[in-house]
Design a protein around this ligand. Structure first.
Ligand code: ACO
Length: 181
């Protein structure tokens, strides 16, 4: 067993193929090809990947984990009502995590924790940002435990939010407040 050397970096156009493949492996939901193009080209989406520098050859730069997110207007978001009232005219924003995943062989090494922390740091660096939020399917205990460990609070349960292979599933909405949000 070799010891991994995990490094985080921004996602780039050359990640397209691997990013699309591991999303397909990790999620029950299909994403449009346009989504992946937007992610790797940074069009309205910010994304970080994890790579293992100890892998041989070009694999040392191949994604083994990813997190994708988008900056949204707090007022127009579905949790605008939960934020502290702000009388200034400056528009507040939130960071919405779209997808997060780590391939099986690399789980329970803290990689998702690091990816989420990267997004929290990014959100905190935006002075007008009040929080990071996400949806998670109600049966995903592993992810839910991780969000709670990282001080995300469950603020809502959304009935039948997901529709997968003819079945409806609820989702939880989790928020991690930043900058006094
Ligand atoms: N060594 C050992 N364990 C550690 C270490 C470490 N260095 N660091 C953290 N851990 C623990 C964590 O505390 C955590 O414990 P907890 O569950 O009791 O809180 C546990 O290991 C898992 O944390 P990570 O290792 O950071 O998480 P991992 O890299 O295994 O990824 C993830 C978790 C993303 C949920 C993964 O299982 C996965 O990809 N699942 C399939 C896709 C998925 O469900 N994604 C989330 C959907 S929701 C959304 O995308 C918005």
């Amino acid at each position: 067993q070799h010891s991994p050397n995990i490094v985080l970096r921004r996602i780039q156009p050359s990640d397209l193929e691997v990013l699309e493949r591991i999303h397909g492996e990790l999620f029950p939901i299909r994403y449009e090809s346009e989504f992946f193009h937007n992610v790797v080209n940074g069009r309205d989406i910010i994304a970080w990947g994890a790579v293992d520098r100890s892998r041989p050859g070009s694999q040392n730069d191949e994604l083994i984990g990813f997190i994708t997110a988008r900056v949204v207007s707090a007022r127009e978001s579905e949790i605008g009502d939960l934020l502290r009232y702000d009388s200034s005219s400056i528009e507040q924003v939130l960071v919405y995590i779209l997808t997060l995943g780590v391939v099986k062989a690399y789980r329970n090494h803290g990689i998702a924790t690091e990816l989420i922390q990267e997004v929290i740091n990014y959100a905190s660096s935006i002075l007008t940002c009040r929080g990071v939020y996400l949806h998670v399917i109600a049966y995903n205990d592993r992810a839910i435990r991780l969000y709670k460990t990282m001080s995300f609070k469950c603020v809502r349960r959304l009935q039948n939010f997901y529709y997968i292979k003819g079945q409806h599933y609820d989702s939880y909405l989790f928020v991690h407040y930043v900058n006094g949000g």
